[in-house]
Design a protein around this ligand. Structure first.
Ligand SMILES: [Zn+2]
Length: 177
């Protein structure tokens, strides 16, 4: 079967993931499994020889992994064409949020998984921090928040459906705030 995507250089945003074929909304594009990866505290990760903050991924409260799988090359957009659908915090699929044309860069919203930023204490000690956004979408929020509950309410409602069941149970009332 023809591969669905390739990893190549973007204009000014490092490497990214690009569709090699038209992809229909709802299609599962990339599987991401962090279960086999070694976990680190954020402190340890910051000292890791291969530290590259664009490849950090949260794999539990205060637990981080360094991921260099294809999923880790998907760049952020504030109006992404893909969604992250979680089964657990460590197992997820990247799914087309709308129809994607061949050649288009595939993007997700990095704030989707920022579910431990809600607690201002963990925000300081466990969060990777807020990043400046240069996604150039009309809906750009200028910063990539590390607090899921700071996202616009419409996005919270949309992304919440795809969070891991353990997190959904915990925060079931939050997006309606
Ligand atoms: Zn943006």
């Amino acid at each position: 079967m023809r591969p669905l995507f390739t990893i190549k250089k973007t204009k000014g945003n490092g490497r990214g993931v690009f569709a090699l074929t038209d992809i229909k909304k709802g299609r599962h594009v990339i599987r991401c499994d962090l279960t086999k990866l070694k976990t680190y505290s954020l402190e340890k990760l910051k000292k890791h020889p291969q530290r590259r903050s664009d490849h950090w991924d949260e794999a539990g409260r205060g637990k981080w992994v360094l991921d260099f799988s294809p999923a880790s090359y998907v760049n952020h957009s504030c109006d992404p064409n893909c969604l992250t659908k979680y089964y657990t915090l460590k197992k997820k699929d990247i799914v087309a949020r709308r129809d994607i044309k061949s050649g288009e860069e595939m993007t997700v919203d990095y704030s989707t998984g920022a579910i431990y930023g809600f607690n201002k204490k963990s925000h300081i000690t466990a969060g990777a921090g807020i990043m400046k956004c240069r996604c150039n979408s009309k809906k750009c929020r200028k910063i990539i928040t590390d607090d899921f509950f700071e996202l616009p309410k419409g996005l919270q409602r949309e992304y919440f459906k795809n969070l891991p069941p353990s997190i959904k149970r915990k925060f079931v009332k939050r997006p309606k705030r």
